[in-house]
Design a protein around this ligand. Structure first.
Ligand code: MG
Length: 173
């Protein structure tokens, strides 16, 4: 098994759409960022990449690259999933905690859970979505996300990239 952990934060800004977990939420401010500012999907991307020691989101999608301006963060999750599969793993479950003063996440948690599960290709009951307010932290102008993932190895028969040319494989011939 592999465990991964990711963290991200973005600042609220007026005139920007608010996207969390791939879901657009009605709010007077959104999250500023080079991409769509989806703090939850960025933390998820880093958790997935970290679990297979494949680097981090900035390495794959540099903020300096104009290509990712306004990008749908689902693209980042897809690339991280590709790295997970390449390493021979699949997602067992994900847990997440959002920390933000507003809007309230509770009424949207099911929708966010469903969308994240869809992006990962797992059942919604494999995705935890929790939210807290930043009591005493002084971060009311930001949204923060923490994500932990657990990966399990893909059974050999289902692994689409078996190791054909390993030393052991050649010796066996
Ligand atoms: Mg980010």
């Amino acid at each position: 098994m592999r465990i991964g952990y990711g963290w991200d934060s973005h600042e609220f800004r007026a005139g920007v759409a608010l996207k969390i977990g791939g879901v657009e939420l009605q709010h007077d401010r959104g999250l500023a960022g080079h991409s769509d500012g989806d703090v939850l999907l960025h933390a998820l991307t880093d958790a997935l990449l970290g679990a297979v020691a494949a680097g981090d989101i900035g390495g794959f999608f540099p903020p300096s690259d104009p290509k990712w301006k306004g990008a749908d963060s689902a693209i980042f999750v897809e690339e991280a999933l590709k790295q997970v599969r390449r390493a021979g793993y699949t997602v067992a479950n994900v847990d997440s905690t959002l920390i933000l003063a507003s809007p309230k996440i509770g009424p949207h948690a099911k929708k966010i859970q469903a969308r994240v599960a869809q992006l990962l290709g797992v059942r919604p009951d494999r995705v935890g979505v929790k939210a807290k307010t930043p009591e005493g932290m002084g971060t009311d102008d930001a949204a923060i996300a923490h994500v932990a993932v657990l990966l399990t190895p893909v059974p050999a028969s289902k692994n689409r990239s078996p190791r054909k040319n390993t030393r052991r494989g050649r010796k066996a011939k």
